[in-house]
Design a protein around this ligand. Structure first.
Ligand code: UT7
Length: 338
């Protein structure tokens, strides 16, 4: 085997999710925050019916820790079995230290390295890719990768085009190194061995002013509120994500219908449907949570993955494609054999 070939594959051995209470239906949100909107508009344009919002005092690391504890239980591991903790978040507890070290402390882990990844809604796919590199290279045996957000804390409740879109939550996975087996496939990517087959990351800072917060530690010394040019974000998301799916399929010489499950970032049901069309997959092979969770940014993919695995729809051996796009722009995908 050439030395550049990875020696290990990162296998998905645990998953968990946490959604804070209370939930707000569209009508309850409109009433609570005095937003001039209606349920029909929100459902038709976005697919969202309700969202969970963290109560005052509950911070991102609380959500992340609860999701991580579930993922550790599924994996059958103790906190100190973990050597790497990555939290993907745009809503850290503090500017520093990283939310990941708060999670480490709350879990009672003393051995891991811990840091955050900031790639907004693509954060979980970015974090998964980073953890995958640590595992492939043999530096880490067990990694905890978490997407966690209290995105409601960045919302301008006077702005109805953004206030209705987001929710809070956390999802987590545990990855474990397994020796890479010799491929029995005709191609070189070993599609049959369980674990992360490939990750595909992209960024283009030219689009930074389409989705951002109007604050930051070094500019305003405040966190700011979320600002978005929704129409442009929508148009570019469909274009860039469809291009990326084409690349992922071509890389492995796959057809869209070879994918068992699409677990997309949950930003807008119409964006999800555009990806579904690209892959020619039926509704029954897409995990959709946007109606229940709204857009939870970096948490949306691990939360959706957790739902699909827990309810038994996603089974051992299934080929799962994750994809996301977020502020930056950043976007990315991961192909996983469960
Ligand atoms: O996760 C990160 C990535 N984020 C995304 O992918 C979000 C991408 N963008 C979107 O999902 C959509 O652009 C939105 C859901 C944000 C907006 O949908 P749209 O179809 O692009 O609507 P629009 O912004 O073009 O607005 C259409 C109309 C406007 O009224 P007029 O000017 O046509 O009279 C808005 O004022 O809808 C109005 N509107 C609303 N009406 C009721 C905007 N927000 C609301 C609202 N309730 N909440």
């Amino acid at each position: 085997m050439p030395s550049s070939c990875p020696a290990y594959r990162a296998r998905l051995i645990g998953w968990g999710g946490y959604l804070p209470e209370p939930t707000f239906t569209n009508a309850q949100l409109a009433e609570a925050y005095q937003i001039e909107t209606d349920d029909d508009w929100i459902v038709q344009r976005t697919g969202i019916r309700q969202r969970h919002l963290a109560p005052a005092g509950q911070v991102t690391s609380d959500l992340a820790t609860a999701a991580a504890q579930q993922a550790l239980a599924v994996a059958g591991l103790q906190a100190n079995d973990i050597q790497l903790i990555i939290v993907a978040t745009t809503t850290p507890d503090q500017t520093f230290p990283a939310t990941a070290v708060h999670v480490q402390r709350k879990l009672g882990n003393q051995l891991a390295i811990a840091f955050d990844v900031q790639a907004v809604c693509s954060g979980f796919v970015y974090a998964l890719s980073v953890a995958d590199q640590f595992i492939r290279s043999g530096q880490v045996r067990n990694a905890l990768v978490i997407g966690a957000e209290t995105l409601s804390r960045l919302l301008d409740w006077q702005n109805r085009t953004t206030a209705i879109l987001f929710g809070d939550g956390a999802g987590a996975v545990v990855l474990q190194a397994e020796p890479l087996m010799e491929s029995t496939d005709s191609g070189s990517s070993n599609l049959s061995q369980p674990g992360i087959i490939s990750t595909h990351l992209y960024a283009n800072g030219q689009y930074a002013d389409l989705l951002y917060t109007d604050g930051g530690a070094s500019s305003t010394q405040t966190v700011g509120t979320l600002q978005m040019n929704g129409r442009e974000v929508f148009r570019l998301a469909v274009e860039k994500l469809q291009e990326m799916l084409q690349t992922v399929l071509a890389t492995h010489n796959l057809k869209g219908t070879d994918i068992d499950w699409l677990v997309p970032h949950q930003a807008n049901i119409r964006i999800i449907q555009a990806m579904q069309q690209k892959l020619a997959l039926p509704d029954s092979q897409i995990i959709v949570t946007i109606d229940q969770h709204a857009n939870t940014s970096a948490a949306s993919i691990p939360l959706a993955l957790n739902v699909g695995l827990r309810d038994g729809r996603i089974k051992n051996g299934d080929l799962v494609l994750l994809e996301a796009m977020g502020g930056g722009f950043t976007w990315g995908a991961a192909l996983i054999r469960v």
